[in-house]
Write a protein that binds this ligand. Structure first.
Ligand SMILES: NC(=O)C1=CN([C@@H]2O[C@H](COP(=O)(O)OP(=O)(O)OC[C@H]3O[C@@H](n4cnc5c(N)ncnc54)[C@H](OP(=O)(O)O)[C@@H]3O)[C@@H](O)[C@H]2O)C=CC1
Ligand SMILES: O=C(CO)[C@H](O)[C@H](O)COP(=O)(O)O
Length: 513
């Protein structure tokens, strides 16, 4: 017979950066946590931090476990187990260990890692009958996990109803009136007011797909800011601290975002070893764990253009080609460096701010369009107004801008129209139309100065492609028909009717297929 008063509410497995902080966040919200990691030092470190943060007189809120059997016997039924381990094989490794430890059919295992969404779909089916495999993608990094992340749960709806109170408690919160994050980062004093940044996304895989696209947008947004940094350095001769000041100013306006804020902070940081700007001492080779790549691959597979996200992935790949770049920088010619000063410089900075805003709209449009396409393919009922809402706080791409996206989807819902692309929302099309000349000037300046702007530039090409009623794909279809008899449709006959011109025999005759 279990002594229910001693049983704990939830288990956390994997106490790295995210798991440790999720455990503390859950404990702050008055749930009793059982914690396990393969590395017992991590369990002890968590217990020490919990002890240190615990209010005087408060009972211990986290119990360390030596193995998974001990964890299972410590938890109330149905058990709720949160996995925070690296994506891929470790997830199945822990699941198998839980089966070996005696997990039961109605226990709920929640994968909070950045798993590939198709793995999540497969796992739900694979573990059915042994336990309920649920997923909840998390964004917000270390501090988000600790004080309020954005949470994207998906899978079994009954499992969601069961965990919902915990999820709503630990999620980031937004002020319902302003749409701005309620930021309080105090151990033992969680934010309980406001709208929680979590909503049920849909069936298995949907949450991880949405998180994957979130990360694709994150890659693009980060790269856009990096391109602005390089442009300001190379064309205006600005120091890191000067660029930081520009970014801080931009962060007060329409470009307000967490990524802009932290970029300004990174640029202002002095290297403790050399007293130089730290950014100048960081090697320019970017890492990646795969979610941006998955987003780009998904867009290619499904045939929805997300060029700015793909270019952001390529930009990271290009950054790793350091040796080749060093060699080629010595032999490939480029223009002489621009040295913008005075009013020219002021104008350029204004143009660049507008260019960044336009490119940001384009990259979010790509991400949302991609989610819409996959939702149609998989039969998911994704609520984009809600998805934009839960990204307003807690997550890495949190920004004022997300409120405008949510409103654009809400307006479309009210009007009963489908917003198939964010560029169609009046608020965004108006902003783009007003600022597009500045966007072009900034890209032109970059091209003339020889500064690479793969994301700002590809976003502009995306925008211009959508402005084109006719693209040169007519010629492309002609080429395909010429060399491979691949056929084409005509502008003056019904859609789907195929034609082929007999190119190799003159006089060339047209055949309706
Ligand atoms: N860091 C971030 O900003 C974010 C990360 N994520 C995702 O969250 C997940 C966790 O990330 P993060 O916390 O950064 O990673 P860490 O590497 O910091 O932590 C992972 C933890 O899992 C432990 N672990 C690995 N295998 C097992 C196992 N079989 N059983 C028990 N514990 C195990 C590791 O132990 P050991 O080190 O001893 O091997 C480590 O303590 C990843 O999927 C990541 O992509 C999601 C959002 C943000
Ligand atoms: O999911 C995240 C935030 O939303 C992580 O920070 C993500 O792991 C970062 O990805 P990468 O290491 O590829 O830059």
């Amino acid at each position: 017979m279990q002594n229910h008063s001693k049983l704990l509410d939830i288990g956390v497995i994997g106490l790295g950066v995210m798991g440790k902080n999720l455990a503390l966040n859950i404990a702050d919200n008055h749930y009793r946590v059982a914690a396990f990691d393969l590395d017992n030092d991590k369990v002890n470190a968590l217990l020490a931090q919990e002890r240190q943060e615990r209010l005087t007189g408060q009972p211990q809120r986290i119990t360390g476990c030596h193995n998974l059997s001990e964890m299972l016997s410590n938890l109330t039924r149905p058990r709720i187990l949160v996995l925070s381990v690296p994506a891929g094989e470790p997830v199945d490794g822990v699941c198998q260990s839980l089966i070996d430890a005696g997990i039961e059919a109605d226990d709920i295992v929640i994968d909070t890692g950045n798993s590939l969404w198709t793995d999540t779909v497969a796992r739900e089916a694979h573990y059915a009958g042994q336990f309920i495999f649920f997923s909840c993608a998390v964004s917000g990094g270390e501090m988000g996990a600790r004080f309020g992340p954005s949470l994207m749960p998906s899978g079994d709806i009954n499992a969601w109803e069961h965990i919902k109170p915990i999820w709503q408690a630990i999620a980031a919160k937004v002020d319902a009136t302003t749409g701005l994050p309620i930021e309080r980062q105090e151990p033992g004093n969680p934010v309980t007011e406001g709208e929680p940044c979590t909503t049920y996304i849909g069936p298995a895989g949907a949450g991880h797909y949405v998180k994957m696209v979130h990360n694709g947008i994150e890659y693009a947004d980060m790269q856009l800011i990096c391109e602005a940094y390089q442009l300001l350095s190379d064309t205006c001769g600005m120091s890191a601290i000067e660029v930081s000041a520009v970014f801080s100013r931009w962060n007060q306006g329409s470009l307000n975002s967490y990524l802009m804020e932290i970029s300004a902070e990174v640029l202002a940081q002095v290297d403790p070893l050399t007293d130089k700007p730290l950014v100048e001492m960081i090697l320019d080779k970017a890492g990646q764990k795969g979610t941006g790549l998955w987003t780009a691959v998904s867009s290619l597979q499904i045939g929805t253009p997300a060029p700015t996200i793909a270019e952001a992935v390529y930009a990271r790949a290009m950054s790793t080609q350091k040796t080749q770049r060093q060699q080629l920088s010595q032999c490939l010619a480029g223009p002489s460096k621009a040295a913008l000063i005075g009013s020219e410089r002021t104008t350029f900075i204004e143009q660049l701010e507008n260019a960044l805003y336009c490119a940001k709209i384009a990259c979010y449009a790509q991400g949302f369009q991609l989610m819409a396409m996959m939702a149609t393919e998989r039969g998911w009922q994704l609520d984009f107004a809600e998805i934009a809402k839960i990204w307003r706080a807690g997550c890495i791409i949190r920004a004022k801008f997300l409120q405008s996206i949510s409103e654009a989807y809400q307006v479309a819902q009210t009007q009963g129209v489908e917003l198939s692309n964010l560029l169609m929302a009046e608020s965004f099309s108006t902003a783009l139309s007003t600022k597009q000349l500045d966007w072009r000037s900034a890209v032109a300046q970059a091209v003339l100065s020889g500064v690479p702007v793969p994301c700002v530039g590809s976003a502009l090409a995306y925008y211009d492609s959508y402005r084109c009623d006719t693209l040169p794909a007519n010629l492309l279809q002609g080429q395909r028909d010429f060399f491979g008899a691949h056929s084409f449709e005509r502008v003056d006959t019904p859609v789907g009717e195929k034609y082929h011109l007999n190119w190799s025999h003159k006089p060339r005759t047209l055949v309706k297929l």
